[in-house]
Design a protein around this ligand. Structure first.
Ligand code: NAD
Ligand code: MG
Length: 383
């Protein structure tokens, strides 16, 4: 029986992870559930899964959760520090990092230092501090198993390849809801349109990141850290049907890809059950029904966030951290209709130029850079 802590159990990834656990009650147990502020859903999940512990990050919701679970022996904690402490519990085997944004960094570090297996959904952690995270994971013998569908596909393509050299990673992208719009049309798109992703149902933040294609930039950085490849050897391939979830090309020219219908429960379950595969009651890909797949190059003029991510990687230091923090602020501002769609890359680029550069940041430097960048970006938005 594997005991699992889900950081962000009320979100898109979190609820799908609970569905995987529901389908395999004999193999997986939800040991710890945590949420930001969705107390109602957290309570409902706690009633269904009877975890050992729940944490609500938002202090104001604590009493509601505590009272609702008073007739159970579930431990209830509150606040950010509790998120870090609960993952240290010696009974936990796997920590699924399904929180959104920079807030996932500190609990992930605690989980790594407690030698947990990390099922990593929170890609921002690797974007910001991939150097420190991969080093800590190595030192603490804490495997990082990817949950992001592309990285799971790459992981599956590499299974059994031993030390065979990767020549190139083909990182596939749906292209998002605005793939077909031209530069002028992109100036006026609204948040409501961006929130309608063609293939995936996801949280609001990553859905906007998919529309700007910053998500693909993040995933390029994520792939660089997970698979130790140079950004130049990661090629973004727009594949609008989201059937090929990514592929690896080897030195002999062979390309191994993973295909399937878009369903995040597969990569979540694979991270939980690895190296085994388990049955999953999801749809099956029917190639006769699909008939045709399409491939396009990613357009970095229309989607400058892709180029920003390659630039951030090349400059290194705290630049990816600056890019991530600025992106979190503008992503929210766009959803709140305070800025336009094309202001997103413009403001991020400005933050990357103006926030002080640190060549070899410490973990503390990343926290300072994050808050400085948020302050600076807010000022830019307020004008
Ligand atoms: P979501 O917004 O649906 O859910 C986020 C979860 O984190 C919620 O449970 C929320 O309560 C919690 N949370 C948010 N802020 C918090 C905070 N400050 N403190 C504590 N808890 C907090 O997001 P999501 O779409 O599930 O994405 C989660 C992560 O997984 C992101 O990093 C995203 O990039 C990554 N990811 C998501 C998908 C997807 O299909 N949704 C695919 C690949 C990767
Ligand atoms: Mg992805």
């Amino acid at each position: 029986m594997k005991k699992i802590a889900i950081l962000g159990s009320t979100g898109s990834i979190g609820t799908q992870a609970l569905d995987v656990i529901r389908q395999h009650k004999d193999l997986f147990e939800a040991h710890t559930l945590t949420a930001g502020s969705n107390a109602d859903l957290l309570i409902q999940q706690a009633r269904e899964f009877s975890p050992d512990t729940v944490v609500i990050a938002n202090q104001d919701k604590y009493n509601q959760v505590k009272e609702a679970l008073a007739d159970t022996d579930i431990k209830v904690y509150r606040g950010e520090q509790a998120l870090c402490e609960v993952v240290e519990n010696e009974n936990i085997d796997i920590v699924l990092t399904a929180m959104v944004g920079f807030a996932g960094l500190r609990p992930t570090i605690y989980a790594i230092q407690s030698h947990k297996t990390i099922a990593l959904a929170n890609k921002e952690t690797l974007v910001v501090a991939g150097d420190i995270i991969t080093r800590l994971a190595f030192e603490n013998h804490a495997p990082i198993l990817p949950v992001d569908s592309e990285h799971s596909a790459i992981f599956q393509a590499l299974a059994g390849e031993g030390n065979n050299k990767i020549e190139k990673i083909l990182l596939t992208a749906s292209g998002g809801p605005f793939r077909k719009l031209n530069f002028e049309e992109l100036q006026t798109v609204a948040a409501a349109q961006a929130l309608r992703h063609p293939n995936w149902e996801m949280g609001a933040k990553i859905t906007i990141d998919s529309a700007t294609m910053m998500n693909k930039g993040f995933e390029m950085i994520e792939a660089k850290w997970l698979y130790n490849v140079k950004p130049a050897d990661i090629e973004i391939v727009v594949q609008p049907e989201s059937i090929i979830h990514s592929a690896v090309q080897f030195e002999d020219g062979s390309i191994i890809a993973q295909l399937g219908l878009p369903d995040m429960r597969l990569p979540i379950q694979y991270a939980f059950s690895f190296p085994q595969r388990l049955p999953l009651n999801s749809g099956r890909l029917d190639l006769f029904e699909i008939q045709t797949l399409h491939f396009e190059k990613a357009d970095r003029e229309k989607f400058p966030c892709i180029q920003l991510a390659y630039d951030a990687c090349q400059r290194g230091g705290n630049i990816p951290c600056i890019m991530n923090a600025a992106n979190e602020v503008v992503n929210r501002a766009f959803r709140e209709t305070k800025i336009g769609f094309m202001d997103i890359p413009r403001i991020i680029a400005q933050a990357m130029e103006e926030v002080p550069f640190i060549t070899t940041p410490s973990l503390e430097d990343y926290f300072t850079t994050d808050s400085e960048t948020r302050r600076y970006t807010q000022q830019l938005i307020q004008g």
